[in-house]
Design a protein around this ligand. Structure first.
Ligand code: DPP
Ligand code: ZN
Length: 844
């Protein structure tokens, strides 16, 4: 497969003035007629005319009305064209009903829908399918289906057709079309300048009761973007459509967002608090793309983080404003470490702005998205809030309508703040997570912090240059008072010291407050100091972090040396649990333990080979010790934080439920499952019901509830996804592969639905002890299914290959078992480009 390089970027040879598309929808023979006005690009050095096209049957082509016979080549066509503006017309036939890759135009439960990002439009018609070719689209859809949608504003519609016009020039990846028998949940929104916008959420019949929350989230997002970023919506209508079969979470097509139904449909009975929070965030994310992504798009796919990093950052700000800022920050850092640090540490490490790829779908990664968002946060910390928003105004002013680059983005900040950001740019160019070692000295009232940064080699990048790192620090007195409030140190050298003068006693530093940079802090610390920070730190993130460090240190001792659970940790966490002045959501997070994967990486960092089963057992032992140590307090907490008001998925209620359910999970280890059964039986919302079911499974008493849950919810595919996933993730690791295998035999299992595939095989891959079982059964089962899925859906197959990305951590027996499976998959005839690239990189 061919590698594409950022350094090879060339401007397009032809620009598009406008596009008219006509769709005659038919499941296996949809006709797409295109009428496209091209003009030669004066800035291009070549006159070659090439249009992308894949899986298209060309019926006819014309230039300025005269039939032509283009040369069909790999990935598209070429044709002789005039050296002046001309009109290209083509008719192609495609087969949405047999399109299982879910890219381009496809069918899901009888409904037509599209997914064009990154390169799906070329499966719809011949076109320069690259984001720097932007054009105005007019679309006519012919079909008997009652709902026919495309981008922009509706023009006309009648018996068997509808026409849409999108006045905003856009790249082809933002094109969308939907046709189906759908039910509408309508509303309206008035923008701050007084423009009325029609809002609709379209769903399959039966789902109409699950739209209200998404609609509220949309309206909140629209208000927030006006208030915080000054961005108003720019069409007469904004449509959202829910689709069951979808590779990603959702897609920001101009004026017609298409969502994986799991990321928009919500009801108290069927969705958990976590689902609600995630849905609110994804609705916001896709809506915010209207400015950061659509009005200003990316010049090429190497710039993906330009829209994704910024939009993730914006949706995180939104969630923090709607809910709790510290809780959101802690949740985000947990996810960042679990997915992005893991990626940065392994064979798939790549810069936030990659410089080469084979298949762009493989670069919709935690690094581009989540680390990309961290870079925006660091930039804001470095320049300050006011300068940040001033720079954003300039960015929107200057680049509205552009296909922009990271250079454009940084130039805006340089010009508006006068800062030189050439060193900051290394964050976009260098892969790997910097290690930040700290040493401390105290003498005559002066406290000195000396930091040393280094980044391990990553594939293709042996040497790394020092980066600019904003390090937020506060200092605490021995009595626990804060003597120096949060101060941002700006580190630019490989080694650098910072002094704090005029202190009366040696302070305890709280370093990297709010996780001010995506680095790994390496600091010798004692359990006494961690417990002190857990008790006294005023920074909620570092308070949580201190508890986590304490838990981790104790667990490492248990795993390596067979130590007993650390009494100091148990006491410290009990203090937090009892402290009713703390936000319940925070306390629930503080009760959480590092994941199996986190502990495996910790052991690797300390020079050990992780044993997945030993890690699992240490966590089980510690949870049992917590349950016993706190057994007097847990029932009180459980009772105190029961919500008695009508269900609301807001921060206050969901915080209370998360604390009560964290308590329930521990209680169930010592009460034989009584409390869990009672909660399961009486629950009137999914958060409570699922927490009850999970606690029953943990207590080994889940069999009956698993059966009744299925009977109750078998008609609801999103709830049944949870049912699949939970049985696997809470199985005894010795049985997880068998449980997963049996569930793949269940009549409700289908690999054609990415959600169901992820709920089953993904759940196994994300349960380390079960997946890494010593006999290799987990590896074999996943490989079997990746081999089956690849011919149908390469994108989802390739995504799931990252289950193997940590393989070099493990012992040589496991490595040999994994290598054999990787090689077995790689040896399949016709393996997709997506999967081949992923496995080749992982195999190394
Ligand atoms: N739909 C994906 C997202 O919003 C890709 N743009 O991140
Ligand atoms: Zn996005």
């Amino acid at each position: 497969p061919q590698k594409i390089y950022l350094s090879d970027y060339q401007v397009p040879n032809y620009l598009v003035e406008d596009v008219h598309l006509t769709f005659r929808l038919a499941p296996e023979a949809t006709r797409v007629l295109s009428r496209i006005t091209f003009r030669p690009n004066p800035d291009a050095s070549s006159k070659d005319f090439f249009l992308h096209g894949e899986d298209l049957q060309l019926i006819s082509a014309k230039i300025d009305g005269a039939e032509v016979t283009p040369d069909l080549v790999v990935g598209g066509l070429t044709c002789a064209v005039p050296d002046a503006p001309f009109v290209w017309e083509a008719e192609v036939e495609i087969s949405p009903a047999t399109n299982t890759a879910l890219e381009g135009l496809y069918m899901s439960n009888g409904m037509y829908c599209t997914q064009c990002e990154a390169e799906g439009f070329r499966k719809i018609t011949y076109y320069p399918d690259r984001p720097d070719v932007m054009s105005v689209f007019t679309v006519r859809i012919e079909s008997d289906l009652p709902v026919l949608l495309s981008n922009g504003n509706p023009v006309t519609s009648g018996e068997g057709f509808a026409e849409w016009h999108d006045p905003w020039p856009k790249p082809a990846y933002l094109f969308a079309l939907v046709g189906g028998e759908l039910i509408n949940h309508p509303d309206t929104f008035t923008t701050k300048s007084g423009k009325e916008v029609e809002l609709n959420i379209y769903v399959r019949p039966g789902d109409e009761g699950k739209c209200a929350f998404g609609m509220e989230a949309l309206k909140k997002s629209m208000v927030w973007d006006e208030e915080v970023y000054g961005r108003e919506y720019d069409l007469d209508i904004f449509n959202i459509v829910a689709v069951d079969d979808f590779n990603m979470g959702a897609m920001e097509n101009k004026g017609l967002n298409i969502f994986n139904s799991s990321c928009v449909l919500a009801s108290a009975e069927t969705s958990t608090d976590m689902n609600f929070e995630r849905i609110e965030a994804i609705i916001a994310h896709e809506y915010f793309h209207n400015w950061t992504g659509n009005r200003i798009t990316c010049r090429d796919w190497f710039q993906l983080c330009l829209k994704e990093g910024l939009t993730v950052y914006r949706d995180a700000q939104f969630t923090a404003d709607m809910r709790s800022e510290p809780v959101k920050r802690i949740e985000d850092v947990i996810a960042l470490r679990a997915r992005q640090f893991r990626e940065d540490n392994g064979p798939l490490a790549h810069p936030v702005r990659p410089d080469s790829f084979v298949e762009i779908n493989n670069f919709y990664t935690a690094t581009v998205y989540e680390k990309g968002a961290e870079l925006i946060g660091m930039l804001k910390t470095l320049v300050g809030d006011a300068a940040y928003y001033k720079a954003l105004d300039l960015y929107f002013d200057r680049h509205d309508g552009d296909a922009a680059t990271i250079e454009d983005w940084l130039t805006v900040f340089e010009e508006s703040t006068g800062r030189d950001l050439s060193q900051f740019k290394r964050w976009y160019e260098q892969a790997g997570t910097p290690r930040l070692a700290v040493e401390e000295a105290y003498e005559d009232g002066t406290f000195t912090l000396t930091f040393k940064q280094s980044t391990p080699p990553t594939p293709g990048q042996d040497q790394k240059d020092p980066r600019v790192i904003p390090i937020a620090v506060g200092l605490l007195n021995p009595n626990g008072d804060e003597v120096v409030p949060t101060t941002v140190l700006e580190m630019t050298e490989a080694t650098q010291s910072f002094r704090f003068e005029g202190l009366t006693a040696r302070p305890t530093p709280s370093i990297l407050r709010s996780f001010s940079a995506p680095v790994i802090l390496e600091r010798a610390s004692s359990n006494a100091e961690r417990a002190f920070l857990l008790a006294h730190d005023t920074d909620p993130f570092n308070k949580w972090e201190a508890g986590r460090a304490l838990a981790r240190a104790g667990l490492v001792e248990m795993i390596l040396n067979g130590a007993a659970p650390d009494g100091a940790y148990l006491d410290a966490v009990l203090q937090v649990l009892r402290d009713d002045s703390l936000d319940p959501a925070f306390r629930a997070l503080a009760l959480g333990l590092p994941s199996q994967d986190d502990l495996a990486q910790t052991l690797v960092d300390q020079g050990h080979t992780p044993d997945p089963q030993a890690i699992y057992e240490a966590l089980e032992t510690l949870k049992m010790a917590m349950a016993t140590h706190m057994q007097d307090v847990l029932p009180r907490i459980y009772a105190q934080y029961q919500v008695t008001e009508a269900y609301q998925p807001d921060a206050a209620q969901s915080g209370a439920r998360s604390l009560a359910n964290a308590a329930l999970s521990l209680i169930s280890r010592v009460d034989g499952g009584t409390a869990a059964q009672a909660q399961y039986d009486s629950a009137d919302n999914m958060t409570q019901q699922l927490a009850g079911l999970a606690a029953l499974l943990t207590a080994g008493k889940g069999a009956q509830a698993v059966a009744t849950f299925y009977e109750q919810w078998k008609e609801d595919r999103l709830v049944i996804d949870k049912w699949f996933g939970l049985q696997i993730s809470l199985a005894d690791p010795a049985q997880a592969a068998e449980v997963a295998e049996q569930l793949t035999q269940h009549p409700d299992f289908t690999m054609k639905n990415p959600n169901r595939f992820r709920a089953t095989l993904g759940a196994l891959a994300m349960s380390p002890a079960g997946f890494h079982r010593a006999d290799g059964a987990g590896y074999k089962l996943l490989a079997d299914w990746l081999i089956k899925l690849d011919p149908l859906n390469p994108q989802t197959t390739a995504r799931m290959c990252s289950a193997f990305e940590t393989w070099k951590r493990y012992d040589s027996d496991r490595q040999a078992l994994i290598a054999a499976q990787l090689d077995r998959i790689l040896a399949q005839d016709g393996l997709s480009r997506d999967t081949t690239e992923m496995l080749t990189r992982i195999r190394g």
